[in-house]
Design a protein around this ligand. Structure first.
Ligand code: FES
Length: 106
């Protein structure tokens, strides 16, 4: 299991035990974070799994594919340089200690 620190929209942080091979989105939802809607179920078509990745971690993750980058660019959801779609990040053991923040859609 991989420890990931998730901060919700209200600013409350909690450490979760994430399963490798599952997406970050699936792991966050499995730990009852209701701020992450993930409406499309991980098909990279809704942007409702948007997270900010901690600055020290962003460059350590695989870079976003073109469809993820395009979706974020077209989104109105408070996109920043550290934005990622959590359904497009597969959890791996090197991510132990990863910090992400859920993003409000409004
Ligand atoms: S769950 Fe829809 S883009 Fe990630």
């Amino acid at each position: 299991m991989v420890k990931i620190i998730v901060t919700d929209v209200a600013g409350d942080s909690r450490e979760i035990e994430a399963g490798e091979g599952m997406s970050l989105m699936e792991n966050i939802r499995a730990n009852d974070f209701t701020d992450l809607a993930a409406i499309c179920g991980g098909c990279c078509s809704c942007c409702s799994c948007h997270v900010y990745v901690d600055a020290g971690w962003y460059s350590k993750l695989q870079q976003p594919e073109e469809d993820e980058s395009c979706l974020l660019e077209e989104s109105d959801f408070n996109v920043e340089k550290s934005s990622r779609l959590s359904c497009q990040i597969e959890v791996a053991d090197f991510m132990d200690g990863l910090k992400v923040t859920l993003v409000s859609e409004v």
